[in-house]
Design a protein around this ligand. Structure first.
Ligand code: FAD
Length: 461
């Protein structure tokens, strides 16, 4: 084995760890901490260095917060923390990136060339945003205020979305796109359309500003239970929609009043493209698996980490597990899904570590998407100054809380007391105020167990 020289900031059992977690994002932090906590609760405390978390990122972001930033409700700095602060001393942090996996020799290689060996591996490295798949997009996002194109899918440009909304004038056109294929939080693209529409309306710019949602999907949302309700909602609001159109190019000629064009591939008619002019555009870029996973023996044909949809154990390498955006789990890629995946993974892996047989916990595909549909009363000064009145705005604060499992089956936490297809104010405050707090207070510490929150699920013995 190579000598390991990685610059860890915490205690090291150098080069070999019982459990190695790749990625210190929502999934990696949640699972590493919950695994440690679970052993401790069972009186079998893991030692310093037993669990290592590998990630070179210096900053950890609460990505769902970027929707609030794009809507002008929060500052983007509110949702970032130094990665180092979120990794407790009893875990080893390896501040590097993984370059390759060698699961047949229970090892991986870091970008610096060092080898790390493990008994068990958890892959939680997220996904890749493929800006380059839309011609002109990378360049446009580098100067969002001139190109008038932004995205909440990047820390760098999420706040520019709000600037574009604020500077769009009556007589202009606002486009909101969603690509064909998997994206993080599949509801976020249309959330931005609803929030922009509400903002335009409150400031006397709607219907003067035309609002259109253009999606690669044939429907508003991949889960039929909510899709119809969302389609009715957007029609009632007067938001136009165009389906099965995939953004392939953006052209932004000059600055100021220059002509701006978005080119879409018509997915219903081979070879046909459609052009739409715009004055501001919120783009949801195409996404896909990370290259280093795609080319590894861990990947399925599409490039995701190939795990069992129920146990989260790898289909070929029994000591490997995965969760979150990088996994092949056939559900919507969200942090909410990770809260439900984590206890299942921890249970199944702990049993494997202790008895040699994987546990029997089953993941039902739970995921959730909080769809903001209008503003609340608590707004930044820039927003409040233009409001008609706080009372009126607070009554209109709304959010549709979509919760579902595999096959689009509704798994609604509040379904007994309320139809969750109806946007409601309490849901708005859950997503805007409670979730961001609970994320840093509980989830990344491994203390959040899916829809039941702080109450851990009980699995068969
Ligand atoms: C705009 C937006 C809105 C969203 N809205 C919601 C919402 O309302 N509700 C919800 O539940 N979810 C939402 N999500 C989705 C949610 O944020 C993600 O699903 C979640 O963060 C995925 O967690 P993850 O751990 O799989 O990946 P990430 O959190 O992305 O973490 C992956 C980590 O892996 C690291 N990594 C990458 N490559 C390597 C490598 N080679 N070696 C080591 N480490 C590596 C990265 O640095 C990163 O820290 C939203 C996301 C976005 C962007």
């Amino acid at each position: 084995m190579n000598a390991v020289r990685y610059a860890t900031t915490h205690a090291v059992n150098a080069g070999k760890h019982k459990v190695v977690v790749v990625g210190a994002g929502s999934g990696g932090l949640s699972v590493a901490n919950q695994l440690y906590n679970s052993f401790k609760a069972n009186g079998k405390e893991l030692q310093k260095g037993d669990v290592a978390v590998i990630d070179a990122a210096k900053v950890h972001h609460f990505q769902p917060g970027w929707t609030l930033v794009g809507a002008g409700l929060k500052a983007k700095q509110d949702f970032m923390r130094p990665t180092e602060e979120l990794i407790p001393q009893h875990l080893t942090h390896i501040p590097s990136n993984v370059a390759t996996f060698s699961p047949s020799s229970n090892s991986l290689t870091l970008e610096g060339g060092e080898t790390v060996k493990y008994d068990y591996l958890i892959v939680a490295a997220g996904l890749q945003i493929n800006y380059g798949k839309v011609k002109g997009l990378t360049e446009a996002l580098a100067r969002p205020l001139e190109s008038r194109i932004s995205t909440i899918y990047s820390y760098d440009t999420c706040d520019a979305t709000w600037d574009l909304i604020e500077s769009t004038r009556v007589g202009q056109k606002a486009l909101f796109t969603q690509p064909f294929g998997p994206v993080k939080c599949a509801g976020a693209p249309q959330k931005m359309a609803y929030m922009a529409h509400d903002r335009f309306k409150r400031t006397g710019r709607f219907p003067g500003v035309g609002v259109e949602f253009v999606t690669g999907l044939p429907v508003m949302f991949g889960v039929p239970h909510y899709s119809e309700a969302l389609d009715k909602l957007r029609r009632d609001k007067g938001i136009e929609a165009d389906f099965a159109k995939d953004l392939i190019e953006v052209r932004s000629e000059g600055q100021g009043e220059g002509k701006r064009v978005a080119v879409f591939k018509d997915l219903k008619e081979e070879g046909k493209t459609i052009e739409k002019e715009f004055d501001m555009m919120h783009v949801t870029p195409p996404m896909g698996p990370l290259e280093f996973i795609k080319k590894s023996p861990l990947a399925d044909a599409a490039g995701w980490v190939d795990v069992s949809a129920s146990s989260l154990q790898h289909t070929k390498f029994p000591n490997v597990f995965s969760l979150g955006d990088c996994s092949s789990l056939p559900t919507s890629k969200t942090a909410a899904a990770i809260t439900a995946q984590t206890p299942v993974l921890v249970e199944n892996l702990s049993k494997l570590m202790e008895t040699g047989r994987v546990g029997e916990a089953v993941y039902d595909g739970y995921s959730s998407c909080p769809l903001f549909t209008g503003y609340g009363s608590v707004s930044p000064p820039s927003l409040l100054s233009r409001e008609q009145g706080a009372d009126q705005t607070s009554r209109r604060a709304q959010l549709m809380l979509a919760e579902f499992g595999y096959g689009g089956k509704p798994l609604e936490t509040f379904g007994i007391v309320a139809d969750q297809r109806v946007p409601r104010r309490p849901f708005y405050h859950l997503a805007k105020d409670v979730f961001p707090y609970a994320y840093f207070r509980h989830m990344v510490k491994g203390e959040w167990f899916g829809p039941k929150g702080l109450v851990p699920p009980v699995f068969p013995a």
